[in-house]
Every structure is written in C-alpha cells, then in structure tokens.
Ligand binder design. Structure first.
Ligand SMILES: [Zn+2]
Length: 204
C-alpha cells in the first residue's frame, strides 16, 4: 500500500517536473498518477513534505478551480507561517543559505545524515510561543535535520582564534576550498583584500 502510494507520488513528481510552467487539469493529473484515487493527497504531499510550489486557484487568481501549475522545478524550503516570501528570501540570503545551527549548506548532502540533502527552513530564534516575532531579526535559516532536533549538535560558534588555527593546520587544498567558499560569499571584499595584500615579489 505504502509502495503504491509512493509510486503515484513519484509518477506525479516526474510528470510535473517534465511540464514546469504548464497548467494541468484534474483529469490529466489523475492519469499521470496512474489513475489512483488518492492523487490529490499525493499532490498535497509534494507541496507540504517535499516543498514543490504546485499552485492552485488559491495561490493564483488566473488559475481556475481544478487547475494546477508547478511554477519552479526547485523545491522551496519549508517556511514559518506568517513569514512573507520576501522576508524568507532575505533571511536565507543573509544567512548565506547555510543552516545556522550545524553549518550545512542548502542542497548539499547533510553532514550528519548522508541519506538526506540539506533543506533549509526558516526558524524563529525566540519561539513565537515565547513572544518572538516574525521580524527578520528573529528569524534564521535552519536545516530540517536540526529543526527536528534529530541531533544534539553544539550550538556554539567556533571562536575566531580556533577557526584560524584549524585553517592554518589544514592542507593547502582544503585552504583553497575555504578560500573559494569565502570568495563566493564575499566577492567584493576578496578583491579589496587582494589589492591591499603586500606583494611577495614586487615587480619593481
Ligand atoms: Zn542544521
């Protein structure tokens, strides 16, 4: 039973991904799911569990009831309700698309669970039940693994001193990987630092 429903879900996922941006009618999706009566539930799972932006008339006024549309092939991170799309994008960008608890970058294999790709969600720093707001200052990117509390990870950020020691001890190859990552995060600063850096062999 479980396998059958999984099958319908993957059939629907594949079908939708092959037809991004096209409007579907109910009947077409029912057929794509192999005529499973539960196809609407599978669509809901693709939305809520996998984060695919499958839109209906509730999301877009140009869609009629019974019509569906997959707008973007990339699944969206699950989000805190009440947080706008813009604020979500802003917080993810500010946090460098990296989990603020374990440091895992979005879309890459999760460092503590190789079976999962890192999916970022927006979490509250001070929980809403404790009076925390939906303001960007109270929001941060958290991966689904950390959000579930599946692991007791240390929340402390490494100190700058320890971090520098670790990098100095690393292999040149690993140092370059760090540099590459930093350069993509701080492109302007990298150019400035490079210009300011003392030349080892001045060509004067
Ligand atoms: Zn995490």
């Amino acid at each position: 039973m479980r396998n059958r429903s999984q099958g319908a879900r993957s059939k629907l996922r594949e079908y939708l991904l092959r037809n991004v941006g096209r409007v579907f009618e109910t009947e077409e999706l029912r057929q794509a799911a192999g005529n499973k009566t539960e196809w609407a539930r599978r669509i809901r799972e693709l939305r809520t569990e996998e984060g695919y932006k499958i839109l209906t008339h509730n999301d877009r006024s140009d869609l009629k009831p019974g019509q569906y549309l997959l707008e973007d092939p990339k699944p969206q991170p699950a989000f805190a309700r009440g947080v706008s799309k813009e604020v979500r994008a802003y917080v993810l960008d500010r946090n460098g698309f990296t989990c603020q608890m374990c440091g895992a970058p979005a879309g890459e294999t999760h460092p503590y669970d190789a079976a999962r790709k890192t999916r970022l969600q927006i979490g509250h720093i001070i929980d809403k039940s404790m009076g925390g707001s939906d303001d960007p200052e109270n929001l941060r990117a958290i991966c689904s693994v950390c959000n579930e509390g599946a692991r007791n990870l240390t929340l402390d950020r490494p100190s700058q001193r320890k971090l520098l020691i670790q990098i100095r001890r690393a292999t040149g190859e690993d140092q370059l990987a760090v540099l590459r990552w930093l350069a993509s995060k701080f492109p302007q600063q990298i150019v400035r630092f490079a210009a300011d850096a003392p030349k080892k062999n001045p060509a004067k």
